[in-house]
Design a binder for this molecule. Structure first.
Ligand SMILES: Nc1ncnc2c1ncn2[C@@H]1O[C@H](COP(=O)(O)OP(=O)(O)OP(=O)(O)O)[C@@H](O)[C@H]1O
Ligand SMILES: [Mg+2]
Length: 238
């Protein structure tokens, strides 16, 4: 997708309405925005403002009620579920608040999962996973299971896994929500450094105003509306 101008994600007037019996919840109310290639974009807002809903539409986990999302040149809103799954495996990485590592797999095996989906052989994918784990400072924890690692260590495995298949875009929903301030800073610096190195785009959901420090672009949501769309002055403010 590198030949597409500078727009990485185009959000075209998306609206998401959840229906629960006779009740309707307007979670997103006609959202427009553009995220550029290589940006660290923070979606910021209080609980219930629609952050996770927006991320789910951008990552194609849910379809918007109206509007569309374009990633690179592809209108993902038009993709069928199985096409979306293939697109995600090729182009998208995820970092979750609860780490979402598979408990019966080691750090090395967890990191290698996206490469397995890409059909990379065991030897090659474990070599690549080991390189990534060293990069996130876990060279001495490769054969540990998630339950044998601290929260910060598990999230570093989560980061290594998200970057493993060299995705163009990485989505993260409160990736440091379960971590202390010092570990949060380490994890954020790691994410930003890895993304900047390869010109990857990060869309990160947070309710923590401190996170703005790491962002090039901040979208602020209130009640399903973008009330502020702001580019920070210094690109890559680290
Ligand atoms: N599957 C669903 N069905 C019905 N309503 C939903 C659903 N998912 C989200 N909502 C509603 O949409 C609104 C936005 O929810 P969302 O999860 O996007 O908020 P958020 O900004 O991520 O909040 P938090 O910071 O607490 O994670 C909320 O009012 C929520 O109750
Ligand atoms: Mg949320």
């Amino acid at each position: 997708m590198r030949n597409v101008a500078d727009d990485m994600i185009k959000i075209n007037h998306i609206r998401k309405v959840y229906r629960m019996g006779s009740e309707r919840v307007v979670a997103l109310d006609h959202i427009d925005a553009v995220v550029k290639r290589g940006e660290i974009c923070c979606i910021f807002g209080t609980s219930g403002s629609g952050k996770s809903t927006l991320l789910n539409q951008l990552a194609g986990m849910e379809k918007p009620t109206e509007g569309s999302v374009v990633i690179g040149k592809v209108n993902i809103t038009k993709l069928r579920e199985e096409q979306m799954a293939v697109f995600r495996q090729k182009h998208i990485g995820f970092i979750f608040q609860a780490y979402n590592l598979l408990p019966y797999m080691t750090a090395l095996e967890n990191t290698a999962i996206p490469l397995m989906f890409q059909g990379v052989g065991k030897h090659q994918r474990e070599k690549q996973a080991a390189r990534l784990l060293k990069l996130v400072g876990l060279g001495d924890r490769m054969h540990h299971y998630p339950s044998q690692m601290s929260g910060g260590q598990q999230q570093r495995v989560g980061i290594a896994r998200a970057f493993a298949a060299k995705p163009s875009v990485i989505f993260a929903d409160e990736p440091t929500g379960n971590l202390d301030t010092k570990t949060t800073a380490q994890i954020m610096e790691m994410i930003v450094e890895m993304a900047k190195k390869n010109d990857q785009t990060i869309v990160l959901v947070t309710h923590d105003p401190e996170m703005a420090h790491y962002a090039d672009h901040i979208l602020t949501l209130i009640d399903g509306n973008i009330v502020r769309d702001e580019k920070t002055q210094e690109k890559g403010s680290l």
